[in-house]
Design a protein around this ligand. Sequence first.
Ligand code: NDP
Length: 392
Amino acid sequence: MVAWGIMDSSINKILEVPVHERLPSKCIELISCEIPLPKEDQVQVKIYGAGINFNSIWQSICHPLTPRALVDGHIRRNPSEIQNKQNFYIFGSDGAGIITAIGKNVVGWKIGDEVVIHCNYVDPLRHSLDFDQMLSPSQSIWGYETNYGSFADYTCVNQGQLLKKPAHLSWPEAGSFMLTLATAYRMLISQNGAQIRPGEICLIWGASGGLGGFAIQLCNMIGAIPVGIVSSGPKKIYCESLGCKYVLNLEEIGTPLFVQENGEPNYLAWKKLKNYLTKIVGAEIDVVFEHIGRETIGLSVYLMRKGGRVVTCAASSGFMAQIDLRYLWMDLKRIIGSHFANFTEAAASNQLVNENKIKTTTESIINFEEVPTYLDRLYLRKNIFGKVGIRF
Ligand code: NDP
C-alpha cells in the first residue's frame, strides 16, 4: 500500500535544515509498505476519508520532536508495541473507513462496519472505557506517536478507538472532524475542561481554524457567547457564517505584536485589545480558548475577568511563553491544560454530529496526492477555513 509519512532514514537530513526553514511538503514523503494486520484487540480499517491536522505538520518538520522520538516514547509507555516498530512513520490522526479484518478479542464490531476513528490510543488491557484515559500512563496519540496513521489505504486501530460513522456524512467529512471537535468538546464542555456555562463569554483564538470552528458551535450550543479572533477579512466572514456573534479581525484593528522580540509582554498592545474588546462586546471575558501559545497566552490570562479560565491545548507559535503571574493570582484566574479527549468525550462529540447539533466544517476536500500542498497551506495560514478532508 502507499502512505504519506517519512522514512526513518530521512530524519537526519531534515534535522540539518534550520527549523524555521523547514516546510512540510519538503519533508513528507510517499511510503510504500505492507498492509498492517490487526493484533488481538485491534481491527484493520480500509480508509475512505481522512483529515489534515496540525500534528502532521509537527511530524513532517520534526519539531519539537522527530517521529522517531515520538514512537520511541510510545513504545516506552507500551513495551508490547515494539512488535509494531517500523523504519517508517505514517501520519494522520483523523480517519474513517470500513472494517476489513478483526482481531480475536474484538467484540461489538464486524467486518463491513463503517467507522470513524478517534486518535486516543491506550493499552486496552489496562483501562476500561469509563476511566479518563487521557490520564493513563499508556496514553498516546494514534497517527502521531504510533507507526500507522490514517494517510494510507489501510490502518490498524484498537477497538476502543472506534465509533459508528454518522450516516449522513460523506467519507471526507466523517474522516476529518473527530480530532478537533473532541478536543474542543473536552476543553469547553466536559468536566475535564472549562465547563462553560450559558451566558458566559468565550474568546476563541484562531476562530476560523479546525479547533476554532467547533469551539464557536459548542459555545452556541450551550448558550455561551463566542467572540472569535482572526487575522483576515475572509476568515471573519467565515466565522460569522458559523454563528460567531462577535469577530475581531486583527488586520483591521492594526494591533502590533503582543509579545516583543525579547519575549516580554507588549502591555500597550494588550491594553489596546482589552479596550477594543470591552467596546465591542460590552462585557468581560469569562473563558479564553487557547492554542496559540507564546504569542498570546500571557495576553489571554490578562484579558479575562476576575476568576476567569483559560483552557489550552497547544502552542502553535511556540511553547516557551511569558505570563505575568500577577494577573493570575491577584485576580484568582485559572489555566487549564487539556489534551485530545477520552472515549466518553469522543463518543459524545460523534453523537452531536450524528444528531446534527454540530455541523462538520470540512470546507475543502482534496485528493490524496494534494496532502503535502495542503499541509503547507495550513502551516503558512494561507486561506484555509475549518477542516480539510481527504478523499481516497
Ligand atoms: P488550524 O491551523 O486549523 O487553526 C489554527 C488557527 O490559529 C489558524 O487558523 C490561525 O488563524 C491561528 N493562528 C494564530 N497564530 C498562529 C500561529 N503562530 N501558527 C498557526 N496558527 C496560528 O489548527 P487547529 O485548530 O487544528 O490546531 C491549532 C493548534 O492546536 C495546533 O498547534 C495543533 O497541533 C493543536 N491541537 C492540539 C490538540 C491536542 O489534543 N492537544 C488537538 C488539536 C489541535 P489566524 O490566521 O486567523 O490567526
